[in-house]
Design a protein. Structure first.
Length: 298
């Protein structure tokens, strides 16, 4: 039996006095390498993070200050004793998760344009691990950004009625919500390989999804056609789940559930819908990434 050489798959490549064993790559190791790389990339370019936070902060301040009285009356009819700040903050946490997820595909396009994506594809790293590591880095940043918005909302007068446990749950819902849009953004990036197209596609979806949902006003106060769209809109499920945790009561408007009793009846349906969506679109993104090859990326 012959001994594998450095030129054969699975063999060791001699580099001076050191031996590089290509069989030592592990899924966890590959994911960790990509997690660190994307976090370092974000630290070196904080402008993107600031921009993705700026828009939700502006919405939070403007909506509470400009529309607070009018919108607060509509909210008070269905949820007596709840301030508009408390009602709005869960929607803004979902908005920041959506805005931050948009940057995921933009970062991938940058990698494609500067040739880094091609280098990663021809490396011995597991391609699923590449996507998992990148996504984990983005999820970490999104969790931090959602926490900042939640803290700012409390400073502006919002009340997290379920306490610290509820606040942690809202961050978790924001992260879970972001995953499907992270996957979609990356899929668009792989298909178009163009930064402008990725940005346009993401923005075309972002604002209709936000405004045609239960984010800013109760669903019952919206026109019938918007209510119909909102029932199919992932933003509604994310907002209602986060809002149930914020108010410590079931405010899910599109799925009636009475199995758990109380707050969980509003949280569990939203989480279930988002989890299915995450798995479906995450699978598409991993499939597209797996199909990509160095010859495809020019």
């Amino acid at each position: 039996m012959s001994t594998p050489t450095g030129d054969e798959p699975g063999g060791d490549q001699q580099e001076g006095d050191h031996t590089v064993d290509r069989t030592k790559n592990t899924f966890a190791g590959d994911a960790w390498v990509n997690f660190k790389r994307w976090n370092l990339k974000a630290v070196r370019n904080p402008f993107v993070l600031v921009v993705s936070l700026a828009q939700p902060i502006i919405f939070l301040v403007l909506f509470t200050e400009v529309f607070g009285n009018v919108a607060g009356q509509a909210v008070g009819e269905g949820l007596p004793g709840i301030s508009y700040e408390t009602y709005l903050v869960p929607a803004i946490t979902i908005q920041v998760a959506l805005a931050a997820a948009v940057t995921s595909g933009i970062g991938l396009v940058n990698d494609i344009e500067n040739g880094m994506f091609e280098k990663v594809l021809v490396s011995p790293m597991n391609r699923t691990a590449i996507f998992v590591g990148k996504t984990a880095a983005e999820v970490f940043r999104i969790a931090v950004q959602v926490s900042i918005i939640l803290g700012l909302g409390v400073l502006l007068g919002a009340d997290v009625k379920s306490g610290l446990v509820g606040a942690a749950g809202i961050v978790a819902v924001g992260v879970l919500f972001s995953l499907w849009f992270v996957a979609l953004s990356n899929s668009v990036a792989i298909i178009t390989r163009d930064q402008e197209s990725t940005i346009i596609a993401a923005n075309l979806l972002q604002f209709p999804l936000l405004f045609l949902s239960s984010a800013f006003l109760p669903l019952s106060t919206l026109p019938g056609w918007i209510q119909t769209f909102a029932r199919l809109n992932p933003v509604t499920y994310g907002v209602d789940a986060a809002r149930s945790l914020m108010l410590d009561q079931d405010v899910m408007t599109v799925i009636e559930l009475s199995y758990f009793g109380g707050t969980l009846d509003g949280v569990v349906p939203g989480i279930a819908v988002l989890a299915v969506l995450d798995l479906a679109l995450g699978g598409v993104a991993v499939f597209l990434l797996a199909r990509a090859s160095s010859s495809d990326v020019q």
